[in-house]
Design a protein. Structure first.
Length: 179
């Protein structure tokens, strides 16, 4: 599978143990992801591999997210899907959370989306012109919201609250993946 990867990173000014406490809580995405208003954990494990949640946007539309890989105190990977099908318009979509200790009081958080678009050459063109830029912008928003929430422990109420952290988010240049 020839996949694309978009990665961002941000320094969160809290101790790594506190950052992991937030990151590993699979029920709180709506508190820092722009546009998500509700998170619902489905039957099964609440955290770790096979934990499954629905995240809802303002219109009530839900996206399934299932943890497929878990490394305690470090991060996890989520498969994005709609029921048993890939998240439209992708052939495959995955979101990765990763963190690492910078020092006793700060943590580097990396967020990545790995995805594959259908439609051959047309899909590759659409990816470069539309999908990749939109995903990059969305990841920057998620990282800024995450930084705001982790540091304040208060879900953001307005876009402006988390937007002030966008300049602190760095896009990490990554090549296409052949996975």
């Amino acid at each position: 599978m020839n996949s694309e990867r978009v990665t961002v990173e941000v320094v969160v000014d809290i101790p790594p143990a506190q950052a992991w406490s937030f990151m590993s809580d699979f029920s709180i995405a709506h508190k820092y992801v722009p546009g998500i208003v509700k998170t619902e954990i489905l039957e099964g494990p609440a955290t770790g591999v096979d934990a499954h949640r629905l995240v809802f946007d303002k219109s009530g539309k839900a996206i399934d997210e299932t943890i497929i890989h878990w490394i305690e105190n470090t991060g996890f990977n989520i498969r994005l899907h709609q029921g048993n099908k890939p998240l439209i318009p992708f052939k495959y979509a995955q979101f990765n959370y990763h963190m690492s200790k910078l020092d006793e009081e700060s943590t580097l958080v990396q967020l990545a989306m790995i995805f594959e678009v259908p439609w051959g050459l047309i899909g590759r063109v659409l990816n470069r012109l539309i999908f990749r830029p939109v995903i990059e912008k969305r990841l920057i928003g998620v990282a800024a919201g995450l930084k705001f929430f982790y540091e304040s422990a208060d879900e953001f109420k307005s876009k402006e609250e988390s937007d002030r952290f966008k300049p602190e988010v760095k896009v990490v240049k990554t090549p296409s993946l052949d996975i």
